[in-house]
Design a binder for this molecule. Structure first.
Ligand SMILES: Nc1ncnc2c1ncn2[C@@H]1O[C@H](COP(=O)(O)OP(=O)(O)OP(=O)(O)O)[C@@H](O)[C@H]1O
Ligand SMILES: [Mg+2]
Length: 142
C-alpha cells in the first residue's frame, strides 16, 4: 500500500509520483488495520460494500466522539444536538497490505454523504495476526 508522504494528496491525485512507500520497513510488509469512525446509519452500507469486495473479518463498536466542529453543528437523526459527543460507529478491519487501498476506497465511498461528520479513517501497521483455533499466523490468520 502506498501511503502519501505529503499532506493533502488524495487517491487519484496527479502528483501521485511524489508518493513515498512507507509500508516496507526493512524486509517486512505489514498487514494493515483500517479503523474507521462512521455515521451509525451508514453501517449497513459499509458492511455491504466490504462484503462485496470479499472482506470477511471485522469488529464493530458503538462509540461517541467529535471532530473539529466538536459536535455542535452536527445533526443526528434530524435533530441538532447540543451535546458535544455524538454517537458514531467504529469499524475495524485488518487486511493484507495488498488489499488495503481497495478496502479503504470501498469503505470511504460507502460512508460518504459529503456532509460534516461523515467520519474518519485511520490506518495502522499490524505486526502479527494469530487465529487462536489453529495458530495460523500472519495473512493466513485474516
Ligand atoms: N483526530 C481524531 N482522533 C480521533 N477520532 C477522531 C478524530 N477526528 C474525528 N474523530 C472521530 O471521527 C468522528 C467523525 O469526525 P468528523 O467526520 O466530524 O471529523 P471532522 O474532522 O470534524 O471532519 P468534518 O469537517 O467532515 O466533520 C468523530 O466523532 C470522532 O469520533
Ligand atoms: Mg466534524
Amino acid at each position: 500500500m502506498r501511503l502519501f508522504a505529503r499532506r493533502n494528496l488524495r487517491l487519484g491525485d496527479e502528483r501521485a509520483e511524489t508518493f513515498a512507500d512507507i509500508t516496507v520497513k526493512g524486509d517486512i510488509t505489514y498487514m494493515k488495520k483500517i479503523e474507521a469512525v462512521i455515521q451509525p446509519f451508514k453501517l449497513e452500507e459499509v458492511k455491504e460494500a466490504l462484503k462485496a469486495i470479499g472482506i470477511d473479518g471485522m469488529t464493530i463498536t458503538e462509540v461517541r466522539g467529535h471532530g473539529r466542529q466538536k459536535g455542535h453543528k452536527e445533526v443526528y437523526r434530524g435533530q441538532e444536538y447540543n451535546v458535544d459527543l455524538l454517537p458514531k460507529v467504529k469499524v475495524e478491519l485488518v487486511v493484507t497490505d495488498a488489499r488495503a487501498v481497495e478496502s479503504i476506497n470501498a469503505l470511504s465511498a460507502a460512508a460518504r454523504t459529503g456532509k460534516i461528520g461523515d467520519g474518519k479513517i485511520f490506518v495502522y501497521d499490524v505486526a502479527e495476526a494469530i487465529r487462536i483455533r489453529n495458530d495460523d499466523r500472519g495473512e493466513s490468520a485474516l
